[in-house]
Design a protein around this ligand. Structure first.
Ligand code: NAD
Ligand code: FE2
Length: 383
């Protein structure tokens, strides 16, 4: 079977990478950027690192700072309006996955028209490339700065849905680890567990290829070795840098191999309860992994090795279980091993969320097929 691989044509990585951006943009003759970000990043003045870089290269900009965590369709409409009023010819997202996904929605609809929901009922539905999108990433993370996905919340019916479209690929992705140093402990932990989930789900996906496998295994190694370090000491520059490479590699894997039930289910928790995406993944990952390992023990045994477990002498099933226990240990050590009931999740919503999870595009590539009852059961184990 033939496959197609997507990633941004240019990625700037490492400390102070943002300082390479201005000259690249100048060379492309852009006039005015719409910066898409959230209020917190404006308040702590992190966004100044971007605006200083643009100003130093005589690039005009307008700022839309209305992105909410779990960005909504309304956020995209608000941003589109500012883009039109301010006559911007390209979009720069600044922040974590929420800023990138909102910016992707704005850039896609700006070029293709209609409503963002129009692009959600299939893959690659847009006719034209989006308005040029540059992403400056500040978490490690969702990898939304480089993927072909955007995840949008529909507040009216409490659902959160993925858009999968090659035209969402940014033209330049910036991962400057210095911008990530300001992340507080819980954000570092939850976004890091999100990245680990991407790598694990991509590695066991039915759409995995040798390219995505290599990316996923290296991502798991980097995250296993560095997440605890960077949660303990946010100033650990080497660990921040390693996490930034780990999350990007995980993005290369899942943007092309897609994901599985952990994300399908986490999307519902985000849509109904507005919970932190990475935390939902961290909670669900061990339970979904045990469900999947029944059919994919060899793959989970590889994951165990990448997590640092010596699997010598173990059969595949035992090695798989040892890897899952190690994921649980890492999650507990960074504070993300929580219970859904403690986060306000109610039994009466489980069936609604399970049905929507099975309809989520991420479910298509999960290695073992579940019934609605089985998904409800996994939710119950995590309560
Ligand atoms: N498109 C994709 O491929 C993809 C993949 C996975 C997840 N997602 C989506 O991404 C969203 C989550 O993104 P996220 O986890 O990166 O968080 P986020 O973008 O929602 O940001 C969370 C909070 O962290 C703050 N923050 C961000 N960077 C910071 C920094 N360097 N220092 C201090 N504070 C900082 C923000 O201001 C915000 O208040 C979810 O909606 C999820 O569904 C998208
Ligand atoms: Fe994710």
């Amino acid at each position: 079977m033939s496959t197609t691989f997507y990633m941004p044509p240019m990625s700037m990585m490492g400390p102070d990478a943002i300082k390479q951006l201005g000259s690249e943009l100048q060379a492309r003759n852009f006039n005015k950027a719409l910066i898409v970000t959230d209020k917190a990043l404006v308040d702590i003045k992190l966004v100044d690192r971007l605006t200083d870089e643009l100003s130093a290269h005589d690039i005009a900009f307008a700022i839309f700072d209305g992105v909410q965590p779990n960005p909504t369709e309304k956020n995209i409409e608000q941003g589109l309006e500012i883009l039109k009023i301010q006559d911007c010819d390209f979009v720069v997202s600044f922040g974590g996955g929420s800023s990138h996904d909102c910016a992707k929605g704005i850039a896609l609809v700006a070029a293709n028209g209609g409503h963002i929901r129009d692009y959600s009922k299939g893959v690659h539905l847009s006719a034209k490339p989006q308005l040029p999108l540059v992403t400056v990433n500040t978490t490690a993370g969702t990898a939304a700065e480089m993927t072909i996905f955007a995840i949008v919340t529909n507040e009216e019916d409490e659902t959160k849905y993925p858009i999968v479209d090659k035209n969402l690929t940014p033209i330049i992705a910036v991962n400057d680890s210095e911008l990530m140093v300001a992340m507080p402990k819980f954000l570092t932990a939850s976004t890091g567990m999100d990245a680990l989930t991407h790598a694990v789900e991509a590695y066991v996906s039915t759409a995995a290829t040798p390219i995505t496998d290599a990316s996923a295994i290296k991502a798991i190694e980097l995250i296993a070795q560095n997440l605890k370090k960077v949660v303990d000491n946010g100033e650990d520059r080497a660990a921040r840098d390693a996490m930034q490479y780990g999350e990007y590699l995980a993005g290369m894997a899942f943007s092309n191999a897609s994901l599985g039930y952990v994300h399908s289910m986490a999307h519902q928790l985000g849509g109904v309860y507005d919970l932190v995406h990475g935390l939902c993944n961290a909670i669900l990952l061990p339970y979904v992994s045990r469900f999947n390992a029944v059919d994919s023990s060899e793959r989970f045994a590889d994951i165990a090795k990448a997590m640092g477990i010596d699997t010598t002498g173990m059969n595949a099933a035992d090695a798989a279980e040892a890897g899952i226990v190690e994921i649980e240990r890492l999650s507990a050590s960074v504070g993300t091993a929580q219970k859904l009931a403690d986060l306000g999740v109610k039994q009466e919503k489980l069936e609604f969320m399970a049905i929507n999870a099975l309809n989520d595009a991420c479910s298509l590539t999960n290695p073992r097929k579940a019934s609605t009852e089985e998904i409800i059961n996994i939710f119950k184990q995590a309560m």
